[in-house]
Ligand binder design. Structure first.
Ligand code: NDP
Length: 246
């Protein structure tokens, strides 16, 4: 029997990149998986089709994480469709750059809305559907620990906020047997940060392992945190960054 058989997961921003790797992994581990996406219908349908073809239960929901009402409705739909939520993975995020003298306030607000506020919104909506053994896992970033370049203050702030939010939520939800953790990837090969992109070499120069990570590697840490074996891990920020912050 697969490890997560009978469990239900919801992954925000699950149609591409790290989120899609997490959707695939939790489905392979036996969970029914709902995921949200912002607008790329084709990628979402392709992933849902792939999961169905492999015999998994899946639900793709279009919901912009910046829209609290839409996100709350997506959580409710996932819970209604699959009966409960055991694992919430807050993965959706944006990487908007711009130094302090250039960045429009709208981009600062959007960074906060998607990378931070939505994590609170989704968690608040999901926990009423969670029982003992529930899991809340957020994808933060190694940039919470180290931001070595100009132009990314808002992004670094948003990911640092996740470590504080995680500590506080762990205290709120511990009495109910729900753990809350923060996974902090380093550079991972996705459309947000391609391994062949112009900044890849500069990133690798700062790392103990001079390469991009793969979505599957991040999904492996999420799968561990989602598993019963990780029941004693909570409030933690765990870096998986090739030594970027070492
Ligand atoms: P991608 O840009 O490759 O994929 C983003 C995914 O999130 C897509 O499925 C996209 O949907 C969805 N999404 C984007 N905005 C929203 C939104 N407003 N509402 C709902 N869904 C949304 O990103 P990555 O996979 O690279 O990043 C995933 C997470 O990992 C982010 O939180 C990011 O900050 C974090 N991270 C990434 C690193 C990297 O190097 N790649 C390093 C450290 C952290 P759609 O297909 O519809 O656009």
């Amino acid at each position: 029997q697969p490890l997560q058989a009978g469990k239900v997961a919801l992954v925000t921003g699950g149609s591409r990149g790290i989120g899609a790797a997490i959707v695939r992994r939790l489905s392979r581990d036996g969970a029914a998986v709902a995921f949200t996406y912002a607008g790329n219908e084709a990628a979402a349908q392709a992933l849902a089709g792939e999961i169905e073809a492999s015999g998994g239960r899946v639900l793709a929901i279009r919901a912009d994480s910046a829209d609290a009402e839409a996100l709350g409705a997506a959580v409710a739909l996932a819970a209604r469709t699959f009966g409960r939520i055991d694992i919430l993975v807050n993965n959706a995020g944006v990487f908007l750059g711009g130094s302090v003298d250039q960045m429009p306030l709208a981009d600062f607000d959007r960074t906060l809305a998607i990378n931070v506020r939505a994590v609170f919104v989704a968690t608040q909506a999901a926990v009423p559907h969670m029982g003992e053994g529930g899991r809340v896992i957020t994808i933060g970033s190694t940039n919470a620990e180290r931001m070595p370049w100009p132009g990314f203050a808002a992004y670094a702030m948003s990911k640092s906020a996740i470590s504080g939010l995680t500590r506080g939520l762990a205290r709120d939800l511990g009495p109910r047997g729900i753990t809350v953790n923060n996974v902090q990837p380093g550079p991972v090969d996705t459309e947000m940060n391609p391994a062949g992109g112009p900044n890849a070499e500069a990133m690798h120069a700062l790392m103990a392992l001079a390469r991009h990570g793969r979505g599957e590697e991040i999904a492996g840490m999420v799968a561990y945190l989602a598993s019963p074996e990780a029941a004693f891990v909570t409030g933690a920020s765990l870096s998986i960054d090739g030594g970027f912050s070492a």
